[in-house]
Structure formats: structure tokens, C-alpha cells
Write a protein that binds this ligand. Structure first.
Ligand code: FDA
Length: 314
């Protein structure tokens, strides 16, 4: 894992830095690399282009840590319109090839005082009902470790009615190998990623090699299990491991999928799409700050590019 990552993520919490980053027009260039647009009008052409290149999509309306009920309601309304727009693009006869939305429970109200988790569960139920009717999948993103229990409880509860509801598990958490074992039952859609938040060593592996080892253990459990693994990584070692396990377990293209983030390793996305199922996570919306800082923290080269642009224009 990038050694600067915790430092960058800690600095990103500073309101002053946030004002500076969001206030400079230079930021727009780097935001455009990772974010498909400010609104659905900008998003939809990007989605069409990805679908035309044999890539599937999972769309995220950016936003997190909502502390205002009205904002959570506005997020639900936006997702309902998004699901309509995605359904209008035409579904696939093959269930595994459906379009998908990804959602953060903290954007649906999980962090609201008192009954936040119940509000988020109720809001997710509204989205799943609509998505089920429209033939669109839903997967719930994983946020910082303090939310994991509440998020998995919501997913378990709603899976009784919507068995296709996807969950994200983060390999850097010590608990995740066990979570993979528990959640890899028949039909279970699990997206496995390394994890993008700043976490203490008491709950999460800190060293890159440890995270990779944990990812490999989790991947093996999922690929040998009865569920539908969604292998969310850009790491060539892990992509090769997934391909190898797919051969060993006899999983064809419709029985697991590769996933990557919009704007990262585009050529590799196209290579994988030619022979496997490949889905791109496509974020859009105005609340891109948290998402952007996690992408900057993952790769010092992104930060250097950003700082250089900042210095050269000032
Ligand atoms: P790693 O960071 O080691 O990167 C491997 C290689 O990929 C790098 O060497 C570089 O070539 C390229 N790369 C990776 N990140 C890059 C970047 N930002 N810019 C340019 N190149 C980059 N996390 C989380 O905590 N909760 C979640 O819900 C999700 N959801 C999610 C969905 C999907 C579809 C993906 C692909 C990822 C997530 N993540 C996430 C993020 C994930 O946890 C992780 O932080 C990133 O995927 C980076 O880790 P890699 O596995 O790609 O490896």
C-alpha cells in the first residue's frame, strides 16, 4: 500500500485543504479523469460509450456522510431517476450482464443521529424495489470500518427480499476472510476490493504485502464458493490470480467478473472485456471530494500530477 496514503487521507480531512482543492479550476482536469460528469446529462454519453466497448457498468451517484435528512431524500430521488435512465438504455437477457448502481449507506442517511441505520435501510429498500422492477442490480459500497457491522446487517436484512443485492468487502480488514466465508452462499454477489479508507492497525492490515495476502485468501474463498465473485482490483497480480482460480474452479465469463474504476487502466479494461465479464464503476455528481482524495492517496503519481498543475498555474 502506498506509504503516503494515511498522510494524504488525514490531510484531506482538513476543511482548509478541501476549500483549496475544490476552489481551484485546475482540479477540474483531474476530476474529469475519474468522474464521469456533474449530472446525468454528462453521465449518460459516457455510459453509452463504455457499454459499446463491451464493458458493463456500475454507476455511483457521489455523496457520503450525509448528516441532513433532506439530503438523504434527495439522494434517493436522484438514484430513482438514475435507475430509470439506466433501464431505458436497454437491459440484457443475461442476468449477470445487467447494469448496476452502487450506493453508500452513509449517503442514504446511515450517519443521521438516532435512527440513521434504520433510515438508510428503509431508503435502500426503496431503491431495491425500484431496481428490481427495472432489471437493474444494486451493490452497497463499503465505507470505514465503524460502519461495517451496520452495513452488513442492512444487506443481510434486505437480501431476504432481494437476494441479488450485492455487498462490498474490503480485504484490508482482519475480519474479511471470515465475512467472505459467511457471505459466499449460493447466488451471493460479493465485490472484493482492497479497501480505500484510513484504518487503524487494530482492525486493518497496513502493509501492502499483507493486504495482497488477505485479498488472495478472500478471493480463493469466493471463487471456490457458491456465490458470484466481483473481483474489484487493478492489481495485475490479483487479476492473474482470479484468472487462474477461474480455470481451476471451472468458472466461465458469466460466473464471476472483473471490476475497475472509471479512468484507471483503460487498456487493461478493454483487454479483459474481450474475453471475460468486465464492469466499470462509474461515479458522477458534484460531491466528488472524498472520492477524488481516495484516488489521489492510492497513487503518488496522481498527487504529483495534481500538485505540479497547481504550482505551474499559480
Ligand atoms: P493497487 O492500489 O495496488 O493498484 C494496482 C495498480 O492499479 C497500480 O499500480 C496502478 O497501476 C493502478 N491504480 C490503482 N489505483 C489507481 C489510481 N487511483 N490512479 C491510477 N492508477 C491506479 N474501496 C472501498 O473501501 N470501498 C468500496 O466500496 C470500494 N469500491 C470499489 C469498487 C471497484 C469496482 C473498485 C475497482 C475499487 C473499489 N474500491 C473500494 C477501491 C479499492 O479498495 C482500492 O482502493 C483501489 O481499487 C486500489 O486498489 P487496487 O486493488 O487497484 O490495487
Amino acid at each position: 500500500m502506498n506509504p503516503l496514503r494515511p498522510v494524504i487521507l488525514a490531510a484531506a480531512d482538513s476543511p482548509r485543504l478541501k476549500r483549496m482543492i475544490t476552489g481551484t479550476p485546475i482540479t477540474a482536469d483531474i476530476v474529469r479523469r475519474f468522474v464521469a460528469g456533474e449530472d446525468r446529462d454528462e453521465l449518460i454519453p459516457v455510459v453509452r460509450e463504455l457499454l459499446a466497448s463491451r464493458r458493463l457498468i456500475s454507476v455511483d451517484f457521489l455523496g457520503e456522510n450525509t448528516t441532513d435528512r433532506a439530503q438523504a431524500d434527495a439522494t434517493v430521488a436522484e438514484y430513482l431517476s438514475l435507475i430509470n435512465d439506466l433501464a431505458a438504455l436497454g437491459g440484457s437477457a443475461d442476468a449477470a450482464a445487467r447494469t448496476e448502481v452502487s450506493v453508500k449507506l452513509s449517503a442514504l442517511g446511515q450517519a443521521l443521529p438516532a435512527d440513521g441505520p434504520a433510515i438508510a435501510t428503509e431508503n435502500l429498500h426503496i431503491l431495491c424495489t425500484k431496481a428490481g422492477q427495472a432489471g437493474v442490480w444494486v451493490t452497497v459500497d463499503a465505507e470505514d470500518h465503524s460502519t461495517t457491522d451496520a452495513t452488513l446487517a442492512t444487506i443481510r436484512q434486505l437480501r431476504a427480499e432481494f437476494p441479488w443485492l450485492g455487498a462490498v468487502l474490503q480485504a484490508y480488514l482482519h475480519r474479511t476472510v471470515a465475512d467472505c466465508g459467511e457471505l459466499s452462499g449460493a447466488g451471493s454477489r460479493i465485490r472484493l476490493c482492497k479497501g480505500a479508507y484510513r484504518e487503524p492497525h487494530t482492525v486493518a492490515y497496513q502493509r501492502s504485502a499483507e493486504v495482497t495476502d488477505s485479498y488472495l485468501r478472500c478471493l480463493e474463498t469466493l471463487m471456490r464458493g457458491d456465490g458470484y465473485p466481483m473481483v474489484a482490483t487493478h492489481d495485475p497480480v490479483l487479476i492473474r490470480a482470479a484468472e487462474q482460480l477461474a480455470v481451476e474452479t471451472g468458472r466461465g465469463p458469466g460466473q464471476f467478473e472483473h471490476q475497475m474504476l472509471y479512468g484507471i487502466r483503460d487498456a487493461e479494461q478493454l483487454r479483459l472485456a474481450a474475453g471475460s465479464t468486465m464492469r466499470v464503476y462509474v461515479p458522477y455528481g458534484g460531491q466528488w471530494y472524498g472520492y477524488l482524495t481516495r484516488r489521489l492517496a492510492e497513487r503518488p503519481a496522481n498527487l504529483t500530477f495534481f500538485l505540479r498543475a497547481l504550482v505551474s498555474k499559480s
